[in-house]
Design a protein around this ligand. Sequence first.
Ligand SMILES: Nc1ncnc2c1ncn2[C@@H]1O[C@H](COP(=O)(O)OP(=O)(O)OP(=O)(O)O)[C@@H](O)[C@H]1O
Ligand SMILES: [Mg+2]
Length: 158
Amino acid sequence: MHQSLYEDENLRYVNLRTFLNDLCRHLLQSGWGAAKRVNVTVDVPDIITTADHAVPISLLVTEAVTNALKHAFTGRDSGTIHVSMVNNREGAELVVRDNGIGMDTAPRPIGTKQSGIGYSLIEGFARQLRGKVKTTSDQGTILTVSFAYIPERPTPAH
Ligand SMILES: Nc1ncnc2c1ncn2[C@@H]1O[C@H](COP(=O)(O)OP(=O)(O)OP(=O)(O)O)[C@@H](O)[C@H]1O
Ligand SMILES: [Mg+2]
């Protein structure tokens, strides 16, 4: 994120479209699901905002996409992960969806709690955004985080 911040009138901004695209490329190269053909698509508009929104959003996306890479395609050789975001006056919504095995059928490590650290982090970042998390299963897992409109800076001319 540090590399992606740019300074403008002493405020630091990040473009969520380019930043989340870069982040997902890196996550795909992280090694999780390396033996599979996993496609990650990012459908995020130019949302130019400050680090206090970009940081929890990017950490949340990191946990959700890592979960999909780690868990969604067990027993499969390919899959798709889709990250999307909208931000308008009615509110903001971030969605991470995969077409994997779904949350309910994922194997749970024996003797451990159902939920790992990832999900409590996701809930924590959502709380930081004063948002709500919802997970549903529909031919995979859909994680939706809804929160208030993120203050945006218009795209600079240069
Ligand atoms: N996209 C997904 N598809 C299928 N199962 C999932 C998905 N995301 C999470 N899960 C299931 O939910 C469990 C909890 O996820 P969580 O991120 O909290 O823990 P973890 O990924 O197992 O470990 P950690 O995140 O602490 O490294 C996972 O172990 C997995 O079984
Ligand atoms: Mg996890």
